[in-house]
Design a protein around this ligand. Structure first.
Ligand SMILES: C[S@@+](CC[C@H](N)C(=O)[O-])C[C@H]1O[C@@H](n2cnc3c(N)ncnc32)[C@H](O)[C@@H]1O
Length: 280
């Protein structure tokens, strides 16, 4: 962009983000999503929200905050949270979790009721619940005889829509083992689309983990991976307590590689490698 263009259009010019405005944004993000933004996230916040200012043709963060906090702010608060979230994910990310699911969780389900519920909480663009669906399809040959459902939720409505569409760039789908890719996906132009036998297992739903949960559960397993790293400890404590309430006796909880329940929850037994089992 030329300097002339910048000077000609005030909407393209730099807009200062004052300490006070940054603090207000941090407080808003925390109260709506639980995401705790440190000072080191200042440039990230600036870059992502600057785009929202442009879209709304606003020339200051103070004006943007007025929109966010005003009576019509609900829709823009959703867009702000969508802009702030970090959605990094991938098929078969932390693959040992899916091995544990296939080898230790699924074979030991109570056979009598033939009911299976798994929750991908903070599912981002859907790679995690589709990986769970592929694991179920390949580890349970009798799946058709089960009442099996995967719930996939995220606060970011754009990510939920992406997951529901179930289409991914070919280089992302390359992380799916070839045999599963051949069986459960098909080419869709330059992209790869998840098969109907996977889609039919999953319900995508926008859901803020800090708010009330509409489902009753109980779940046999919950995947909440690489989500709570963005939350403070009291928020993590409350969340893990609610997850324990939502799990079946002995249900499994899978967390991200840098996350731990140590000194956060007493209600789980650590099985190793970020896999937990509900104790009470
Ligand atoms: C880094 S991604 C992790 C995706 C996936 N679980 C994985 O491990 O690959 C974190 C996700 O958590 C979501 N998230 C953040 N705060 C949330 C909240 N309060 N409620 C629900 N989802 C939230 C973000 O939108 C983002 O998609």
């Amino acid at each position: 962009m030329t300097q002339a263009a910048t000077l000609a259009d005030p909407l393209l010019a730099e807009v200062p983000l004052t300490e006070q405005d940054f603090a207000r944004i941090v407080a808003l993000v925390r109260s709506h999503s639980g995401i705790a933004l440190s000072d080191s996230k200042r440039d990230l916040v600036y870059g992502r929200l600057r785009r929202r200012l442009r879209a709304l043709r606003l020339d200051s963060f103070a004006a943007y905050l007025e929109v966010l906090e005003g009576p019509e702010g609900a829709e823009e608060r959703v867009r702000m949270i969508n802009a702030i979230t970090t959605n990094l994910t991938g098929f078969f990310r932390e693959a040992h979790h899916f091995e544990h699911l296939a080898q230790a969780v699924l074979p030991n389900l109570p056979r009598g009721q033939r009911r299976l519920r798994i929750w991908s909480a903070g599912c981002s663009s859907g790679e995690e619940p589709y990986t769970i669906a592929m694991t179920l399809r390949s580890a349970m040959p009798d799946l058709a005889g089960w009442d099996a459902r995967i719930l996939a939720t995220d606060i970011d409505t754009d990510m939920v829509a992406h997951g529901e569409a179930g289409r991914y760039a070919a280089d992302r789908a390359a992380a799916i083992p070839p045999q599963l890719r051949r069986t459960h996906t098909q080419a869709a132009g330059a992209e790869v689309e998840m098969g109907p036998e996977l889609k039919s297992l999953i319900s995508f739903l926008p859901l803020n983990l800090l708010e009330a949960w509409p489902m009753r559960g109980p779940f046999d397993a919950i995947f909440c991976r690489n989500v709570v790293i963005y939350f403070d400890k009291p928020t993590q404590r409350t969340l893990f307590d609610r997850f324990a309430d939502m799990l079946c006796p002995g249900g499994h909880l899978f967390v991200g590689h840098s996350e731990t329940l140590f000194r956060v929850s007493e209600r789980f037994q650590h099985l190793g490698r970020t896999i937990y089992r509900k104790l009470r």
